[in-house]
Design a protein around this ligand. Structure first.
Ligand code: ATP
Ligand code: MG
Length: 408
């Protein structure tokens, strides 16, 4: 026996010429989220998607994590025949939890106008049948159960509930960003918000631990696993050792932590080239800590060839913590970890001169180092179906180009 779910999208309807691309991406993302469930197919219908699952697997918690889904529900598809539709609607009413109140309503909609009855007629014919066969009363304003009848693509979809999806846009439609990922509370939440607006994050992490393998076993690996449940493709994490930067700057450490931020941004630009990313992103927040003042943000962004996105810029710390708990990253983010930033940020400069930082950056040879560190970097890919990471050298890793957007 198959189960069926209808999936509705919200903003996609507004996307003009990109609409087919958005809908197709949502379809692929749903398929990816359900790839380990047997017998799944996702079909495009007029204005919505229909998911079929052979067998009894509960897939609702997965659909709930696919960005771009406005709402969804389990449906019963019925042939376009009023007697049959009435019988199914009656069963839905009797199966609902309304044995005490015994009131119902029917709400019909036609995406397909060729069906010879209009919405009012459909609702009243089905309603009459229910009254006759159940003794329940019609209440159009506040019924205990409402049966929805949507006529679409030559069939009727019947259901009684609408479940809220996560909203947003399908991951991938806004392109890729290289996301500076620390494993603290903020940067995982920022990555989630970027995914919500259709970006695919390529995670970039600078580590002070002795090896990339140890990083993957730490909270960094754990948080990436949580975030992967919202991601419709294999998650990629670029791991760069912090040691070279530490060595080069240890004797003359000025303008920290901005200098290190600038270094991370320049490395991110290099990484962006390999991954066809269109932007860089961070978990920065205005004024939360010393490095996150406007002058410091300006120094970090100066000369960037890519936009630097900061989705958490205006959030309060409590709002970020609440979101982190909801997403499922908070409990790992607060685990102890050997963090690069705690090594360098002994006495942070709150207000740096943009030009000075850049001059010093050049003088120290950090520009050259930004390319050189990638020789010792690695790319970890997370295969959710096996629950395991695979590591490759950055230089040996190749990435295929992603499909872009057409002009709006
Ligand atoms: P978070 O909770 O994300 O660590 P934070 O409030 O602790 O943020 P900082 O530690 O100052 O702030 O880091 C600011 C931003 O810089 C982070 O959100 C992240 O985008 C980036 N960042 C910091 N440390 C690293 C790192 N080791 N690797 C990659 N990016 C980092
Ligand atoms: Mg931090």
């Amino acid at each position: 026996m198959s189960k069926y779910y209808v999936v509705h999208y919200a903003e996609i309807a507004l996307k003009g010429r990109n609409k087919p691309f958005y809908i197709d991406t949502l379809r692929k993302n749903l398929e990816f989220a359900l790839s380990d469930v047997e017998g799944v197919s996702v079909k495009k219908l007029e204005g919505r998607l229909l998911v079929e699952v052979k067998g009894d697997t509960n897939i609702e918690s997965r659909i709930q994590k696919v960005f771009g889904v406005a709402w969804f529900t389990e449906v019963v598809p019925v042939e376009l025949e009023l007697q049959r539709m009435s019988e199914v609607a009656t069963k839905l009413v009797l199966d609902s939890d309304c044995k005490e109140r015994k009131t119902f309503g029917v709400s019909a909609r036609r995406a397909q106008k060729s069906f010879p009855y209009n919405s009012m007629q459909i609702a009243s014919i089905i309603g009459e049948h229910i009254v006759k066969n159940t003794g329940y009363r019609v209440d159009l304003t506040n019924p205990c159960v409402r049966v929805y009848v949507d006529i679409v693509n030559g069939m009727a979809l019947l259901y009684t509930q609408k479940k809220k999806g996560p909203g947003g846009l399908p991951v991938g439609v806004s392109g890729r960003v290289v996301h500076l990922f620390s494993g603290g509370i903020d940067s995982p939440v920022a990555a989630w918000l970027l995914m919500k607006r259709g970006c695919e994050p390529i995670y970039l992490h600078f580590y002070a631990l002795p090896s990339a393998e140890l990083v993957l076993q730490s909270k960094v690996g754990k948080i990436i696993k949580v975030l992967s449940s919202y991601s419709p493709s294999t998650v990629k994490l670029v791991l760069v050792p912090f040691a070279d930067y530490e060595l080069l700057t240890s004797k003359q450490r000025t303008h920290e932590p901005v200098m290190f931020r600038l270094f991370m941004r320049v490395v991110a630009e290099e990484v962006a080239k390999k991954f066809y990313a269109l932007g860089i992103s961070t978990g920065d927040n205005l004024g939360q800590v010393a490095s996150q003042t406007l002058p410091n943000i300006a120094a970090m962004d100066e000369g960037s060839s890519l936009p630097v996105l900061r989705p958490l810029l205006t959030y309060d710390k409590q709002e970020i913590i609440d979101l982190a708990k909801e997403i499922g990253t908070y409990e790992f983010s607060i685990e102890k970890y050997k963090d690069c930033c705690s090594i360098i940020a002994t006495r942070p400069e709150i207000r740096v001169e943009v030009g000075e930082v850049n001059q010093e950056f050049e003088r120290l040879g950090l520009k050259q180092l930004a390319t050189k560190v990638l020789e010792r970097a690695s790319v970890a890919t997370y295969d959710a179906s096996r629950g395991a990471f695979e590591l490759a050298k950055f230089g040996e890793y190749t990435e295929r180009k992603v499909e872009g957007l057409k002009a709006f």
